[in-house]
Ligand binder design. Structure first.
Ligand SMILES: C[S@@+](CC[C@H](N)C(=O)[O-])C[C@H]1O[C@@H](n2cnc3c(N)ncnc32)[C@H](O)[C@@H]1O
Ligand code: SF4
Ligand code: SF4
Length: 398
């Protein structure tokens, strides 16, 4: 997860990124993604949470949830993402949100937007909510089939228009797979037409209802095509769209290489990446599931390092920072990859594939041949990849 425009140029997320960086330097959580419930009013085919109409039996009670918000205030958490399931179906959603805002925590609500009408949008605005993040997958019929509730897309589009009219920023999220691939470029165009400032494109996570679906991930070549498109858009003086890429950190060094080749100075972004890295695991990024489990990443709901019922947020932060003290292995190791410390590879995919979070990220789009288990020495001497490297030779990015 990295805001590409704000990283290499200036973008709408500059201030947010600066706050997160400051918190990280102070040893605090830089941001928290909290799945406040697993319950959902939709039943998306691909949902990594496998969310449905049921809340988890051990879901944090309303009292526990409010106590957690107090702790977030005390720990100086700058950014909170309220997610789910569908966060707006939780009965004390507004209590959590209002208290977080009173504690001066910046909040983004990650919602399917089906419960947002004019009154809700006004209420969100009055609470100083800058961003709502909502999901689109393709045209009407496709979207509705994917979320398994007819009429959903029309509701989402209405909600986006209302939010923009009320002055709330909108981010569009989509999961990128062979299913949604035919619609990705249309979604980017539509995001601009809807005056939404950011598009978040997440590589398909093969857990929950996508478990075992590795064959519908798009290829490294398709990702490179998409990244090339993003580079052109970043360089288009008419475009201001922010891009965020989920679960595919290698897109960041790929884009950095392309920008360098175009004569762009990316040094500011690279300096930042030395601290934050493209994969946020272990970098102050904290995730809390609906049962209070503290996770390095929201995409692995069963990778839990403790529970807020028995661990303070500050102790949890220290526990998560330990993940940053370890080096990635194999083709992602510092001696093997010049981008090791600015990218780190997707630690969650490594954990899901092998049980060892430091293992190689086999979905790398820069060195796919190295990471898929072929003879590494042969791949290293492959003359077909001779990039304009952001780190220079010898891994200076480390
Ligand atoms: C889990 S949902 C929670 C918020 C809200 N219910 C929504 O759908 O926007 C957050 C985001 O995760 C995305 N997502 C769900 N399953 C995914 C998967 N298997 N791979 C990648 N993204 C996924 C959804 O498309 C959505 O944009
Ligand atoms: S992706 Fe979001 S809307 Fe869809 S089932 Fe999962 S939690 Fe619900
Ligand atoms: S090999 Fe690993 S660390 Fe290097 S660019 Fe690829 S995913 Fe990132």
């Amino acid at each position: 997860m990295a805001h590409v425009r704000s990283l290499f140029f200036t973008g709408p997320l500059d201030e947010v990124e600066n706050k997160a960086l400051k918190a990280l330097k102070l040893g605090r959580p830089s941001e928290i993604i909290w799945n406040i419930t697993n319950r959902c009013n939709l039943l998306c085919d691909h949902c990594y949470m496998a969310a449905d109409g049921q809340k988890k039996p051990e879901q944090l009670s309303d009292e526990e949830a409010m106590a957690l918000v107090e702790q977030m205030g005390e720990a100086g958490v700058p950014l909170l993402f309220m997610s789910g399931g569908e966060p707006m179906v939780r009965s004390n959603f507004w209590d959590i949100l209002e208290r977080a805002r009173e504690l001066d925590i910046r909040v983004t609500v990650s919602t399917n937007a089906t419960l947002i009408d004019r009154d809700t949008a006004k209420r969100l605005k009055s609470l100083g909510i800058d961003w709502i993040a909502t999901s689109l997958y393709g045209p009407d019929e496709f979207h509705d089939a994917m979320v398994r509730v007819p009429g959903t897309r029309a509701k989402v589009i209405d909600a986006i228009k209302i939010l923009r009219e009320e002055g709330v920023g909108v981010a569009i999220k989509s999961a990128v797979s062979q299913d949604t691939w035919p619609h990705v470029y249309d979604l980017i165009r539509e995001t601009k037409e809807l005056d939404a400032g950011l598009i978040y494109l997440c590589d398909l996570i093969t857990s929950g209802r996508s478990e075992g679906e590795d064959d519908i991930r798009i290829s490294a070549e398709q990702w490179r095509e998409l990244a090339d498109f993003i580079v052109e858009d970043l360089l288009d003086p008419e475009s201001t769209l922010e891009y965020d890429i989920g679960a595919l950190p290698s897109v960041i060094p790929y884009i950095a290489e392309k920008l360098i080749a175009r004569g762009i100075d990316v040094s500011r972004g690279l300096e930042r990446l030395k601290i934050m890295s493209a994969c946020p695991v272990g970098k102050g990024h904290m995730n809390i599931n609906s049962e209070g489990g503290i996770m390095p990443c929201q995409f692995a709901q069963d990778w839990v390092v403790g529970n807020v019922r028995e661990m303070s947020l500050m102790d949890a932060t220290s526990e998560l920072y330990k993940l940053d003290e370890q080096e990635a292995k194999g083709a992602c190791a510092p001696e093997a990859c010049e981008y090791s410390r600015i990218c780190r590879g997707c630690r969650t995919k490594a954990w899901q594939a092998t049980g060892d979070a430091m293992e190689v990220d086999t979905t790398c789009i820069l060195h796919p041949e190295r990471n898929r288990g072929q003879d590494e020495a042969a791949a290293f001497s492959d003359p077909s990849h001779s990039p304009a490297t952001p780190c220079g030779s010898g891994g200076a990015c480390g």
